[in-house]
Design a protein around this ligand. Sequence first.
Ligand SMILES: [Zn+2]
Length: 238
Amino acid sequence: MFKRQLRKYKRNIYINSLDNTWIKRTMKDMRYTFAQFKAEYPDDNACLEAVFQNRYGKLNYCPKCGADTKWYRVKNRKAYACIHCRHQLHPLADTIFRKSETSLWNWFYAIYLVSVAKNGISAKELERHLGVTYKTAWRMLNQIKKLMAEELELSGIVEADETYIGGRRSQSEMHDNKTPIVGIAEKRGLVKAKVLDGKASEARVMPFLKHNISPLSVLHTDKSRIYHNASKNQFKHR
Ligand SMILES: [Zn+2]
């Protein structure tokens, strides 16, 4: 009990000492308004340029002719070409925007709406905002959600721990009807948790860590056997 209180106290100090600019920046990010969104992404071209910059912005040579190059937008096509050999890059290939009948701006608008909705957004609301069919809205929403979940990879200093919640058994039988959970938390950042399909073990926990924490992150854990091989599994382990 005392240990728990001490931990709580330490955590409070930590929260109180958090850098003010970091808090302000986070608050600002949360208030990304529609006006800001519209200014940053006014039309399809701006959205395509954003995808291109994200994927190929740092590509300063041509994979086809090998020359140091620059890329120009191909007129009326969703492609960019090498100034020397006209080799084309298609920034939307292998993305959720590919071959979609919905405009790229509508996709960006949908992502904006999903991102700023505090309590999530329904396909019905998306249908109304975008002026697309319910079926299209539902499909878009699912793809966006899937993409967002996939990209949620933790990095830097990451803490991992497992616990058992719920149930009503005594300490000695605690695993019998309690639900095993593993959680990971990034320092000052993302948190992710998963229900395990059995008692917490290395075989059940490590795949979750490997899938959700970027390689070379520093993994902090307690001395449980579950994490003994963490350093053999791409992490720096403390
Ligand atoms: Zn070229």
